[in-house]
Each structure stands twice: as C-alpha cells, then as structure tokens.
Design a protein around this ligand. Structure first.
Ligand code: ADP
Ligand code: MG
Ligand code: ZN
Length: 602
C-alpha cells in the first residue's frame, strides 16, 4: 500500500501530460492554420473569408486559398487585435498579429498544486492513522514476522530446565526435518501443539528453538494482533497467515498468547465480541481444513489454558499439550549456565549455589538476574561478574518478585514440603491409589503451592468402597502431615478438603455406601451455571435425613483423617527425610520416595 501512494502522484502527472499531448495532436490533426491578424484583414478585403466564429480573443473560421482543392476552405485561426490599433496599423501597411498571453503555467499551477496538496494531506493522514492503529490500511494483510530457515538462531541448547517439554518437541523437529519418514508409515503428526505454562518459563523461546532446530520458516504472531479494528479483519488475517504458510511448507505457525484470541466464546464483559469470535471461528476452520502431512505445524503458547475455548482443545486441533513449568533447582542451575555463558564471570560464580538462592524464579527471572548482575559489575567498574554482584542482583530480583507476590517464604515452603510428602506417603501406603510419579514444591499458578503428581495406571470405570476411602485418606494426608509436624494446620489444604468432601458426599448420597443412610440414591446435584445455580435445586430428602447424611460425611472424613495421621506417624522418619530432600531439591521422584520407604521397612 505504501508503494501505491507514491505511484499515484506519478499517475496524476502522467494523466495531465497525456491530456496536453492529446489536445496538441487534435489541433495539428485538424490542421488549423494560424495567421496574423493583418493577413486576416487582407483576406477579408479580398473576400477570401468564407465564415468565422468570433470569440473574445480569437477568431476562427474557414478561408479560401489558392492551393485549396476541396473548395471547402481551409481552417484558420487568428488572434484578435484592438480594432482602433488595427485600423491604424492597416493604413501604415504593418504586418501585425495578436498574441494571447500564455496561460499554460498558470493553468498548470492551478491544477497541479491543489492535486499535490490533496494527495499529500491524504497520505500523511493515512500514515498517522496507520501508526496509531496498526493494520488500518493493511486491511487483513499479514503482519506475521516470518523468520526464514533457522533464522531465529535459537536452538534447544538455549533452552534449559524444561527437559520434558524439549523431549516432546524433539519429535516435532524430527517430523519437520524428514516428513517423508512419517508419511511413508502413514503416521499422523499432531496438528497443533499448545505450550502451557506460567509467564517467563520459555514458551516463546521453545517455539523459536523448534524452528531453529528444524531449519524451517517460522511464522510468528501474537494472539492480540489478530484482534482488529474492523470486524472481519482478524479472520482475513488468519486466512492469509495459513495461505502463506501452506506455500512455504514445511514450516511452523506460532501463535503466541493464544488466550487473547482463543478466549471461550460467549464469556467476557462484552457479550459476544463479534470480531474475536469470528477470528476464532476462522482459526478453527483453518485448523480443520489443513492436512498436517503438508508439513505445516501449528504451535501456540498460553499461560491461561483455563480460559481457552474448549473447541480449541478438541482432537484434531491443539491435540497435544506440552507443559512448560517453572524450573526446579536443577533446572535453574541449567538455565543459569545458559545465561552465564553470555557474560564474563569470575571463577567464584557457582550456578548451583545461585540456583539454591533463587527458588521459585522462572527462566525469565533468571535471565533478568544475570543481566542485572552484569550491569552491577559495570557500575562497580569491574571487568567480570563475581558472586558479590550475583548476590546483590538476587536480592534485587527477589524484592521485585515479592512485591508481585510470587515468592513464598521459607517457613511456608517448609509447610508445603511436609504437606506434599504427606499426600505421597499416604498414597504409597494404601492399595488402589494411583502411583505417585513426582512431588514438587515449585510454586505453580496462584492456588497450588506444590503438588503430588499421581498418574492413573489404567482407566477406571468402577471404584470399590475401600478405594474411595483410600483416596480420601490420600487427599487428607497433606493436612495430616502438617498436624503431626507443626501441631497446627494451614489454609493450604482447602482444595484437598473440598475434593475429599465431594467424594465422601458422593459415597453417601449417590453410591449408597453408608450403612446409616443405606442403599439409596439421593443424587441429583443439578448444575445450572447459566442461571447461577450450582447446587441441589431441590433436596429429595427430609431434613432428618439431611442431618444423617451430614453426620455420615463428617464421620467418613474424620475416620480417614485419623487413618492418614496413623500412617504418617508410623512413617515419621521417612516423612522427615523426604521433606528435607524436597526442601533441598524442590522435586522428588516417586521412585526415590519409594526407596526411602522400603529402606525403613526393610
Ligand atoms: P514465555 O513465553 O514463557 O513467557 P519467554 O520464552 O518469552 O517466556 O522467556 C523470556 C526470556 O527468559 C527468554 O528470552 C530467555 O532469555 C529467558 N528464559 C525463559 N525460560 C528459559 C529457559 N527455560 N531456558 C533459558 N532461558 C529462558
Ligand atoms: Mg511468551
Ligand atoms: Zn494438598
């Protein structure tokens, strides 16, 4: 479009010139003869003028000439001269002619100047609007930053501490490098990969690394860039992006901050934000429409997966989700190594030691920390960064993060560690619970300060009463550990309590698993979130029964809590040992905990 502005000025000039040329050619083609006024008067006296048309300045007409064969007369033109002077001049036999002052320059200026002014004003106005409102003039044209092959310059070596995510993405890189290998077998590569994780953990970096590793073009665009001023523009932009990508396949399309675009439809302050909905719909259409075997892979990143439209997460769309989590101590050490490589460091700088001081920090925080230390070294007039600067930088960054409420203090950390080990030990001690895979106290999200990852070994359709009870005991294990160790409990368990209570309630009112209440079904919890109702619409039982139900639920919970306390008391030593390790390393694998447990028992 910008090119076009400049051209349009030349078009105007060209047009103008053509008009002049045409006029000139017309005159010559008609072969009008221009004669002096005195000649005209002479011809008039000789009766050679056939007819005239008299204008204010000119006289045109036809005259007879000797060499005129057609007898129709020759066209002529002459410029009038003041009659008084012409009489006088005629008597003195002077040849004279009239002259019209040339108005060419005046005409030209009176035309060209306003045209230029209009074009100029329009051009600048457009430029301004465009600056304020990117995309106003580009109308659906794509703004995706396209990095050509390997141009991102980032490889997996630049990303550290997120080994699981890296491992998952290695397969994608392999596919992009040799798509034939996969299509030969008929294997289907996932269409869409969604990187999920808190801000600053390296999601954007990972996507670039995939492009860098596989050496394919990389189309990068942020979700908010799709949301346009005009309805329909965002959709056009999505279409354009996919078309461009298909031409460049194999390649990667990366939509950063997908949540800006992919918010669930129909929620949000403005009911039915048309533009965003249309854009999202178009994205869904494009995702369904392309065949991954052409080698286009769609990647996206978000730190708020919970607000994404569920349609985006359906199979065939973002069917693979890769968790990019805050790093644990080992991860932080690896990330620090990546960033310390870029600066000059004194021999006393020890990544492991820094990792120990930076619990809870994300990759971006660590990158910031290293940079901060380098700046401090410069300020202190040093030629390399030593541990003193690192120490100071850590304090600065921590102060900043504490303001944002993103770090937990050591006391809290200790509580979280015992709490999580509590869950894990109870789970390991009871049959029928899902195996513990990993325990971590790296804070994630707002609510969870740590978690115990239990992965079901098989799909379950039926649960026995004993299994449900074990599950409740596991959920209460966290709080039980707090009670044993600190003789106090914290608020950190409210999610556990709510889940345990839900199970206990279901046992009583839905599964008929309580002796007092008996084999009845009082279910019918009706959810109608649209109406704001999220509870039993009507209770199909009497108040007396309600009391029994409540008592039964309380009894189940109390019994299971006691059970959890008993289990943990009997494994107090492992509890202490494991919590210490967890505090130190921030994550502990299920297998490691199992070994500790077996050692105590054996
Ligand atoms: P996100 O997209 O998850 O919010 P970014 O990828 O934009 O985070 O990370 C911002 C910066 O932080 C990166 O450019 C990099 O310097 C640093 N960083 C974040 N995570 C890592 C990591 N895992 N390894 C190395 N550097 C990281
Ligand atoms: Mg990002
Ligand atoms: Zn818990």
């Amino acid at each position: 479009m910008e090119k076009h502005h400049k051209f349009s000025i030349w078009y105007v000039l060209l047009g103008f010139w053509l008009v002049l040329l045409f006029q000139h050619m017309l005159i010559t083609a008609m072969s009008i003869k221009t004669i002096p006024y005195s000649e005209f008067l002479r011809l008039l006296n000789e009766n050679k003028i056939i007819e005239v048309a008299i204008g204010p300045n000119q006289i045109q007409g036809r005259m007879r000439t000797s060499d005129d064969s057609s007898q129709r007369g020759v066209l002529f033109r002459t410029v009038r001269v003041d009659p008084e002077i012409s009489k006088l001049l005629a008597t003195h036999n002077v040849t004279f002619k009239g002259e019209i002052e040339s108005t060419f320059m005046r005409d030209l200026l009176s035309w060209i100047v306003p045209v230029f002014m209009f074009v100029g004003i329009w051009y600048f106005a457009m430029r301004r609007i465009q600056n304020q409102q990117p995309g106003f003039m580009t109308l659906g044209k794509n703004k995706a930053r396209i990095y050509e092959e390997g141009e991102t310059g980032i490889t997996f070596d630049d990303v550290a501490g997120v080994d699981e995510a890296k491992q998952e993405l290695t397969e994608i890189v392999d596919f992009l490098k040799t798509p034939e290998k996969y299509s030969a077998i008929g294997g289907r590569i996932p269409k869409g990969i969604l990187l999920v994780g808190p801000p600053g953990t390296g999601k954007t970096l990972l996507a670039k690394a995939v492009a860098g590793e596989s050496g394919v073009p990389f189309f990068s665009m942020s979700g908010s860039e799709f949301v346009e001023m005009f309805v329909g523009m965002g959709a056009a932009r999505v279409r354009d992006l996919f078309n461009q990508a298909k031409q460049k396949a194999p390649c990667i399309i990366f939509i950063d901050e997908l949540d800006a675009l992919g918010k669930a439809r129909g929620i949000g302050p403005v009911a039915g934000h048309d533009e965003r909905e249309q854009t999202l719909n178009q994205l869904l259409v494009e995702m369904d429409g392309f065949d991954p075997s052409v080698g286009v892979i769609l990647m996206a990143a978000t730190n708020r997966p919970e607000i994404l439209d569920p349609a985006l997460l359906r199979p065939g769309r973002f069917d693979r989700q890769v968790l990019v989590d805050r790093p644990d101590k080992i991860g932080r050490e690896a990330i620090l190594k990546v960033h310390l490589r870029k600066i000059k460091t004194a021999p006393d700088v020890d990544p492991a030691e820094i990792a120990g001081m930076t619990s809870g920090m994300s990759g971006a925080d660590l990158a910031n920390l290293v940079n901060e230390a380098a700046l401090l070294a410069v300020r202190h007039g040093k030629s390399e960064v030593s541990m003193a600067e690192i120490q100071e930088a850590v304090e600065r960054v921590i102060a900043g993060l504490e303001k944002k409420n993103r770090l937990i203090n050591p006391e809290e950390k200790k509580i979280v560690a015992y709490h999580e080990i509590g869950h894990a030990l109870v789970a390991m001690s009871l049959p029928g619970t899902d195996p513990v895979q990993k325990i971590t106290i790296v804070p994630r999200g707002v609510a969870a300060l740590g978690y115990t990852m239990q992965v079901p070994t098989e799909d379950r359709f039926l649960m026995k009463r004993s299994e449900l009870l074990n599950k409740i005991a596991t959920l209460l294990g966290g709080r039980a550990a707090e009670k044993i160790v600190f003789e106090d409990v914290s608020t950190g368990a409210h999610n556990d309590l709510s889940r345990a209570t839900d199970i206990a309630r279901s046992m009583v009112v839905q599964y008929g698993m309580s002796e007092k209440v008996g084999q009845v079904y009082f279910g019918g919890k009706q959810n109608a979130p649209m109406l704001g109702i999220n509870d039993e619409i009507s209770k199909p039982f009497s108040p007396a029964t309600a009391e029994v139900i409540d008592k039964e639920i309380q009894k189940i919970l109390a019994e299971q809590f006691e059970r959890a306390v008993e289990i943990l008391n009997s494994k107090r030593r492992v509890l202490e040992e494991a919590a210490t390790i967890l505090l130190e390393k921030e994550t502990i694998e299920g297998d490691e905990l199992k070994k500790l447990l077996e050692r105590q028992q054996g």
